[in-house]
Design a protein around this ligand. Structure first.
Ligand code: GLU
Length: 422
């Protein structure tokens, strides 16, 4: 696992798609798309509560803008590196293109453990980071959003800092803002809802009826919970759920809302492992949901979980990936040969950025859509991208992820050609 390099992985996947697409100028296409158009590295000074100054390292990578302004989140994590941010910005280009929203890809990150900061230090870090990248963002140039360990409050500080810099209320410069600052209804569950819709479409292809279909979920954060909630609403049975402490199983079905409430409402952070309504508890086993004999598997935790070594043990007929990069290229090929239907990460977890786009559209028009409107449009986008991918799979006879790449890369390349960039 320590050898996993996201930038190398991203370039490998790009190369694979370009080879299948068989462009006459494939080396030129790869040369342009394997590097970001621009990357900014900034030093972020923060006056700590003890009076000393600490300087954190931050990045914003702008991978490609052929189809519109750069779009993508900002993560706060001690392991953030320039290479990781570049890889993630490339993935955003494909995610936005496959979802067919008018954006390119971008991503930002700060190398910091936000849990070690006081609220005042966190606010200063956020404001100073955004002030540092302000010259290269705007509602028409680059529109950040949350990612790992960043949230709507941090988006509110970003928005405020940028508005002071620009001299007007720039609501469109950042998305997933709090509702009081014109965030969009539905943004909170958008990723999980999108994954549930992707799983539903994949299940149709597999000939699985959602009524009574069994589902296992690895990871029960925001995306895992909401994917479970909507699949449960549509009649599926959530039979296994894991978090960092272990896995619980109940073949009669778990109630996603009760489990979420139980996990989050008490003062101490609780694990699913102690949830009362479990038939079986596997303490310390965080991968058990991957190998159960279920209809649908939702990996919603970390990258690099289903690999060449363990793909043979995966028994699910459908995999819809809420996490980023849970399945390796080797595993994809093994699963595809066995006929497993996969809605890959940047197809199945695009709900967040799709509703970010809706928020930006609403902000720019000064209107608010109803929750039903947001959900309906989001569903339409996920269904359309799933079927575009499915068509490419049949046309090029490739695995699911490669098919998704083919659709996305080809859309970007076509835009670049029309603009005269290639
Ligand atoms: N960070 C999320 C993603 O990776 C959301 C990005 C956005 O809303 O712009 O898709």
């Amino acid at each position: 696992m320590s050898t996993y390099n996201p930038y190398e992985e991203a370039k490998k996947q790009l190369k694979k798609a370009i080879n299948v697409l068989n462009y006459p100028d494939r080396d030129s296409v790869y040369a342009r798309l394997s590097v970001p158009e621009r990357i900014l590295e900034v030093a972020i000074p923060v006056k700590m509560d003890d009076g000393t100054i600490k300087v954190f390292k931050g990045f914003r990578s702008q991978h490609n803008s052929a189809r519109g302004p750069y779009k993508g989140g900002i993560r706060y994590h001690p392991q953030v590196t320039k290479e990781e941010v570049i890889a993630l910005s490339m993935w955003m280009t494909w995610k936005c293109a496959l979802a067919d929203i008018p954006y390119g890809g971008g991503k930002g990150g700060v190398a910091v453990d936000p849990h070690q900061l006081s609220p005042r230090e966190l606010e200063q870090l956020s404001r100073n980071y955004f002030r540092a990248i302000a010259p290269i963002v705007s509602p028409d140039i680059d529109i950040p959003a949350p990612d790992v360990y960043t949230d709507p409050q941090i988006m509110a500080w970003f928005f405020d800092e940028y508005s002071k810099y620009a001299g007007y209320n720039a609501f469109g410069v950042v998305t997933a803002k709090p509702l009081e600052l014109f965030g969009s209804l539905g943004r909170i569950y958008s990723t999980g809802y999108g994954t549930a819709v992707a799983a539903r479409e994949a299940a149709k292809v597999a000939g699985i009826n959602l009524q009574g279909a069994t589902v296992s979920i690895q990871g029960y954060g925001n995306a895992g919970y909401y994917a479970a909630k909507f699949l449960h609403e549509w009649g599926a049975k959530i039979v296994a759920v894991s978090d960092t402490k272990g896995t619980i199983i109940n073949w009669n079905g778990l109630d996603p809302d009760k489990l979420h409430e139980w996990k989050t409402t008490k003062s101490a952070k609780r694990s699913v492992i102690d949830y009362p309504d479990a038939e079986q508890r596997l303490e310390g086993d965080t991968t058990a949901p991957l190998f159960l004999n279920v209809d649908i598997l939702i990996p919603a935790a970390l990258e690099n979980q289903i690999t060449g070594e363990n793909a043979d043990k995966v028994a699910a007929k459908v995999i819809a990936e809420a996490a980023n990069g849970p399945t390796t290229v080797e595993a994809d090929e093994i699963l595809d040969k066995r006929g497993v239907i996969i809605a890959p990460d940047f197809q199945a977890n695009a709900g967040g950025v799709i509703v970010s786009y809706f928020e930006w559209v609403q902000n720019r028009q000064g209107i608010s859509w109803t929750e039903e409107e947001v959900k309906r449009r989001l569903e339409g986008k996920i269904v359309a991208s799933f079927h575009a991918m499915y068509e490419a799979k049949q046309k090029y006879n490739v695995d699911w992820r490669t098919a998704a790449y083919i659709v996305a890369v080809d859309r970007v390349v076509k835009a670049m050609r029309l603009r005269g960039w290639l």
